[in-house]
Design a binder for this molecule. Structure first.
Ligand code: ATP
Ligand code: MG
Length: 406
């Protein structure tokens, strides 16, 4: 920004902070769309969250302390799925709306300035009135939230510090956190385990159809057990079965079982994960498989549509089909930003091994291509900043500011 621009902007921002910005009347719902048709099981976890929330709800009228609830569990066990489901179910209790942020604690943590920007916009602050500095954003956020009752969902936090800017002091709002290791007061945690055997079969049935389960109940039960009743693996395995309508599920289970061996120092469970991902990878069409393994070039496990096009060697317009194929078989996840996708850590490791094995010569070439486009490498944050601008409506776009970029 030029020095001249700075001189003009700062007094305006100061005035905004003094008076408070004029707000657009809005009730945000920033929850992402989930691909799952139904939430399988989790009745107990939902009831536990209700207990923690309603219990605290009664006390909150006296103390006005924000309630922080947390869902803790292994990678891919279903924390985000549960958080979004509970938030949807409970959102009517929050007349001022629901804010949601994917903090990416286990990847490249997102900057608090960017999240605060999205939250402020959600609360009705116009793009032009969003302060530039992180501290100013935080103070405006605190001021606005103090007068409201919102549900704030902070998905995938890695440390308690990551939460600090978003915890509203003395308000009637509620914060729901998910993390792999637990980052808040342990008294308000719901620890999520893998599904039980019946639930695992129901999850498989949600993908492959009840008829398939009725035809081969034992095979589907065996498959659920081979996947360790682990939701991420179950959804991958279900897609493998679905893609081979003519092959009995029992054949698939036999192949899987014979392939699972504790090799290369990996545990049996690691090996089972590996084989399940391997099976899913081998059923992909060639061009989708090539894109999948090449995603491992990106260290951040976040991929923009443009980066994907570059890696796949196709036009931006054509890469959507390949990305949709990967999403439809659970090998890639959508994020709140429609132009950015997320690759799970476990799948990233597999993709990297495939890339090393199948296209070692391409690795430096692809790396150079990605590096040659420096603006693309900031994709996770610039895309989100761009999508912030997009929601301003026509004529209200603003350029990304320095702290939007991390
Ligand atoms: N109860 C469930 N019913 C149906 N599908 C589920 C359920 N739990 C998880 N899944 C599916 O399993 C996959 C992994 O779930 P999710 O992304 O919620 O895991 P996570 O615990 O948040 O993982 P991470 O630690 O990597 O963020 C997703 O595809 C999700 O749709
Ligand atoms: Mg998650």
């Amino acid at each position: 920004m030029s020095a001249f621009g700075y001189v003009i902007m700062v007094p305006k921002m100061r005035a905004t902070l003094r008076r408070g910005p004029r707000l657009i009347n809005t009730r945000p719902n920033q929850l992402p769309e989930r691909a799952t048709r139904e939430l399988v099981g989790r009745a107990e976890a939902l009831a536990d969250l209700d207990d923690l929330y309603y219990g605290d709800g009664r006390r909150r009228t006296r103390h006005a302390i924000p309630v922080v609830l947390e869902i803790v569990g292994l990678p891919g066990v279903g924390k985000s799925e549960l958080a979004v489901h509970w938030a949807r179910r409970t959102k009517d209790h929050f007349p001022d709306g629901v804010l949601y942020a994917q903090l990416r604690g286990h990847d490249e943590p997102i900057s608090s300035g960017l999240v605060l920007g999205r939250f402020l916009r959600g609360l009705g602050v116009r793009a032009a009135d969003v302060p530039v500095g992180v501290a100013e954003r935080a103070s405006l956020f605190q001021r606005l939230v103090a007068q409201r009752r919102v549900l704030i969902v902070l998905d995938d936090a890695a440390t308690a510090d990551q939460l600090t800017p978003f915890l509203p002091a003395g308000s009637r709002s509620v914060v729901l956190v998910t993390s792999r290791t637990g980052v808040t007061d342990s008294a308000r945690r719901v620890v999520l385990d893998v599904l039980d055997s019946d639930e695992s079969v129901r999850l498989l049935a949600a993908y492959v159809g009840a008829a398939r389960v009725e035809a081969e109940p034992q095979a589907l039960r065996d498959l659920a057990a081979l996947c360790g009743h682990w939701p991420l693996m179950l959804s991958l395995a279900a897609h493998c079965v679905l893609r081979r309508p003519g092959v009995p599920a029992s054949t698939f289970v036999e192949n899987l079982r014979s392939a699972i061996k504790p090799v290369d120092g990996r545990s049996l469970m690691d090996s089972a994960v590996w084989v399940t991902v391997d099976e899913a990878y081998r059923t992909l069409p060639d061009r989708a498989a090539a894109l999948f393994r090449r995603l491992a070039i990106l260290p951040s496990k976040r991929v923009s549509q443009r980066e994907a096009a570059l890696l796949a060697g196709v036009d931006d317009g054509d890469v959507g089909v390949l990305l949709n194929t990967l999403v439809s078989v659970s090998m890639l996840q959508r994020t709140a930003d429609p132009a950015v996708y997320h690759l799970h850590d476990l799948l990233w490791s597999y993709a990297r091994a495939q890339l090393d094995e199948q296209e070692p010569d391409q690795i430096p070439v692809l790396r150079r291509q990605i590096r040659r486009r420096p603006s693309e490498r900031t994709a996770p944050t610039t895309h989100q900043a761009a999508s912030e601008s997009r929601t301003d409506g026509p004529g209200r776009r603003r350029p990304a500011r320095p702290d939007d970029l991390g």
